[in-house]
Design a protein around this ligand. Structure first.
Ligand SMILES: Cc1cc2nc3c(=O)[nH]c(=O)nc-3n(C[C@H](O)[C@H](O)[C@H](O)COP(=O)(O)OP(=O)(O)OC[C@H]3O[C@@H](n4cnc5c(N)ncnc54)[C@H](O)[C@@H]3O)c2cc1C
Length: 565
């Protein structure tokens, strides 16, 4: 079969890859674009019920199924390191929390890489073009959320919504947290995440939103090939000229853009001869360019959940999830018209981004580089995050019979750096993944403090009056008990970042420049969560979409694709 040729080849149909492919193909010059995805089309309704969203990552055929190396600070546990496999990438299996991060993240990113295109005002513009925010809050929720139209999009392809119905204890929970001292924030996605807000999700009318939605109405000059796992980039005289996948070769006359995610993009680079030469040679891969930083600098947010049985009937969940007849009827209703409990129940709650005086005044903070310390002190930069009504029964089915409160706690700005490394010369064998969670002393101290601050709330009279028993929680507020709990229970929240880090030329940890170009290689860019030079303060899908839009903008400008032929 003759090799097919395209102007641009994009590898990976996650948030970044779908946006790049669609925006390139839609530019005035209408270049021929190929989007290759290793997985299947999983964009049909059967995979997208918002009400069972947290079950998606547990479906083996939708997931690459990765596990980390044993983590010494987590009792040597190998933890789940899921990545979405299929059209939409990890957006098709994620938990749907919609957070853009802090405007300070984007301004710092611009400064770190020396390019103002990453500044908040530009990032926010791209975000607004992608988003279609539906503010259909219930009556009782309106006083807590008030996004300004100027901060959001209402015409993008990504449907985002607040839940139109709330579980009955949510207003009291938010009131209590405000009374406890958390500042009310009417819109945590305005660039200022600090405080407590109801959260918005990547879903609407009971249907999960995924990156596949970006491809709706795709133009004819964009070809999508599924079940094609890219093994390496074909390089000739220092230039990327195509790719070799599990099924065949494809050629690109202009560029190859790798958007396979933070665990797979470095994998493809290494098998193309671009990575740490010593590592490649160990596995008989010819090194074309020694780039020691490929696979290094892996960062992620440590996370742990705390759960408490609540007084029966103060919530809506047990009465529903423990009743098979109601479950069956609700699923029938969702299938018919997308409404009913599976469109709202346990899909709503509050999100808090908190500053912590104790963390900011700690001895451990003072050991960090001055720039990092200054960043953390910024009034728009949180030290930790919590959610209030996580649907943990989708992971621990026994919880379906009880009314329970579940708070995931996330450490922001974690300092530990991990790595992904080769373990085989066979491209079908994944990299060894070692996030080295909590290896940095700052992270261990800050995570303990964050959990303690949440526990102080759950032990306050206003919350404790309705608690029947802790279900999963440290035994006390002591460092030792919290540390034991972390070791037994903590994991990450799948925000892998930084393995193909963006930076300035000559920086030893930089792999791509601010135009997403791999240093020293022509015609090759990487654009997905792997390039982030910092850990975004929030959940990462929005950042991945923005990365895609930024890269598309750069390419369209560089190649003059915005001008008609
Ligand atoms: C379980 C889970 C829960 C999460 N929850 C949230 C959340 O609530 N909110 C949030 O904002 N973020 C969440 N995230 C993170 C978020 O989904 C990711 O940050 C985001 O999807 C990353 O986008 P990406 O484009 O960088 O990569 P991905 O979304 O990982 O996309 C990469 C794509 O490339 C494809 N690919 C990989 N290798 C190859 C290859 N060799 N050949 C061809 N194709 C390939 C993959 O199959 C995939 O489709 C979660 C992630 C997971 C896994």
């Amino acid at each position: 079969m003759a090799a097919e040729s395209f102007d641009f080849i994009v590898v990976g149909a996650g948030p970044a890859g779908c946006v790049i492919a669609q925006q390139l193909a839609n530019s005035a010059r209408k270049p021929d674009v190929l989007l290759l995805e290793a997985g299947r089309d999983i964009s049909s309704k059967q995979y997208r019920c918002a009400g069972v969203k947290v079950k998606s990552f547990q479906v083996p055929e939708l997931n690459w199924g990765y596990k980390t190396q044993p983590q010494p600070y987590l009792n040597d546990r190998a933890i789940d390191y899921s990545r979405g496999l299929g059209l939409g990438g990890s957006s098709a299996i994620n938990f749907g929390i919609w957070t853009v991060g802090s405007e300070a993240d984007y301004n710092r990113w611009a400064k770190l890489v020396g390019d103002d295109t990453f500044r908040w005002e530009h990032a926010q513009k791209r975000y607004k073009q992608l988003e279609n925010l539906h503010i259909d809050l219930p009556e009782e929720g309106r006083k807590y959320a008030g996004p300004r139209a100027s901060d959001h999009g209402d015409n993008g392809k990504l449907n985002v919504s607040y839940s139109p119905r709330w579980e009955r204890d949510i207003p009291e929970m938010i009131d209590n947290l405000i009374e406890f001292g958390w500042e009310a924030n009417p819109d945590y996605n305005s660039g200022n995440p600090i405080g407590i807000s109801p959260y918005a999700s990547s879903e609407h009318k009971g249907l999960r939103t995924t990156a596949a939605d970006i491809l709706v109405d795709k133009p004819g000059n964009l070809k999508v090939v599924l079940q094609s796992s890219v093994q390496r980039v074909i390089l000739e005289d220092g230039k990327a000229i195509g790719i070799e996948s599990s099924e065949r070769k494809y050629f690109a006359t202009r560029e190859v853009i790798v958007s396979a995610g933070a665990l797979n993009s470095p994998h493809i680079l290494m098998h193309s001869g671009l990575g740490p030469a010593a590592q490649l040679e160990k596995f008989n891969i010819t090194s074309i360019k020694d780039i020691p930083a490929v696979g290094q600098h892996l960062r992620d947010h440590p996370a742990v959940t705390l759960a408490f049985a609540r007084r029966e009937g103060i919530m809506d969940r047990a009465a529903f999830y423990s009743n098979q007849d109601r479950l069956d009827a609700a699923m029938k209703q969702w299938e018919e018209d997308g409404t009913g409990e599976f469109s709202w129940l346990a899909r709503e709650g509050a999100i808090g981004f908190l500053k912590s005086k104790r963390i900011l005044e700690s001895a451990e903070l003072k050991t960090l580089p001055a720039e990092e310390q200054a960043f953390m002190q910024d009034s728009l930069v949180p030290q930790w995050e919590a959610l209030t009504h996580f649907p943990a029964h989708d992971v621990v089915p026994a919880l379906a019979n009880i009314d329970y409160a579940c708070f995931p706690v996330f450490l922001m700005n974690a300092q530990s750096r991990g790595e992904v490394t080769l373990q085989s010369s066979d491209p079908s064998v994944p990299l060894a993944m070692d996030p080295k969670l909590l290896t940095h002393p700052f992270d261990r101290m800050a995570f303990i403090q964050a959990i303690r601050e949440l526990l102080e709330f759950t032990q306050s009279a206003m919350f404790a009056k309705d608690t029947v028993a802790p279900l999963s929680s440290p035994k006390s507020l002591s460092d030792e008990d919290i540390e034991t709990y972390i070791k037994e229970q903590a994991s990450t929240v799948w925000h892998m970042s930084g393995t193909v880090k963006m930076g300035k030329e000559g920086e030893p940890d930089a792999v791509v420049d601010s135009k997403f170009k791999v240093f020293g290689v022509d015609g090759l860019r990487v654009a997905d969560m792997s390039v982030t030079p910092l850990l975004i303060n929030g959940h990462t899908q929005v950042a991945a979409y923005i990365i895609g839009a930024t890269c598309a903008e750069v390419l369209i400008k560089e190649y003059g694709l915005d001008k008609s032929a």
